[in-house]
Design a protein around this ligand. Sequence first.
Ligand SMILES: NC(=O)c1ccc[n+]([C@@H]2O[C@H](COP(=O)([O-])OP(=O)(O)OC[C@H]3O[C@@H](n4cnc5c(N)ncnc54)[C@H](O)[C@@H]3O)[C@@H](O)[C@H]2O)c1
Length: 302
Amino acid sequence: MSSQRTMAVVGAGVIGLSWARLAHRHGWRVAITDPRPDLGELVAAEFGSDDRVSWTADLTEAVRSADLVQENGPERLAVKQQLFAEILRAAPADAVLATSSSSITASLIAADLDNAGRILVGHPFNPPELMPLVEVLPGKKTDESTVTRAVALYSELDRVPVVIRKAMPGFVANRLQMALSAEARYLVQSGVVSVEDLDTILQNSLGLRWATIGLFEGNVLGGGPGGARHLFAGVGAEVELGKPSADPEAREQLIESIENAYGSGEQNYRRLVDKRDRRTNAVLEALAKVDDRPAVHASPNV
Ligand SMILES: NC(=O)c1ccc[n+]([C@@H]2O[C@H](COP(=O)([O-])OP(=O)(O)OC[C@H]3O[C@@H](n4cnc5c(N)ncnc54)[C@H](O)[C@@H]3O)[C@@H](O)[C@H]2O)c1
């Protein structure tokens, strides 16, 4: 990195604060903006008094010196369109302007904006400071040079950016998650397996496998020396997958089963966050060690 970078974090909710912690941990300056009245206390609670971190309710001021503007406001098109119109006017000409949006494309955000070549989606997996993936989705107006710069900036933050050229609802990672979640809910609702047992099955099979090798890579191994060609030719029976019930009562029952298994409420949330962070960091560290490269740590207590 040639000079100190600055990330402007627009929207200091769950995702925005996590981006802020990631950038801060990597030595960047962080400028945070959000209209919430408790922004000052929130930033002080996270970062204490640190001259690399600033906060302001004024969007224009926050993005003025940014290399990367990461927008994490509410998931509403009109809000994002208004935010990006202002960001475009105020951010430096060479800044990358990214939205964390899980579903709103850069094409929609930039539909009525001129000179929108710097806008794209940089969609993290929650929380961005812990999960390496960033799905980078250019829109119709995005310049190729913006895609290149976004990939470079996310790489400086030790993330793993993947450029996705065709926007589909849910992009890629969430579509995969939705497909698996639908079958999991169906299996629990059908009485095949309990909530806890489903999670035990997943963690001790697919979860572990996919943290270490890819799905298609696993297909090669699944076919033995004959590889994916052999596997696709018919090892394993075809099954028809189920659909979870849309009935409100069945949905309520499922939620109750999940809450019975894992609890609910603020204190419980903190406990689960702590468990997730410790275990995810342990996996990332172990993988870095076996691959003989430096480990990238997330801060504890995300
Ligand atoms: N939560 C997730 O799992 C997740 C994962 C990936 C991406 N995302 C995306 O990240 C974005 C933020 O999600 P979140 O879960 O952090 O939401 P959140 O509700 O926790 O935070 C949103 C923040 O935006 C602030 N805000 C409201 N109006 C604003 C404005 N005009 N300017 C700046 N900030 C404003 C709110 O005060 C709040 O602090 C969404 O676009 C969402 O799709 C969320």
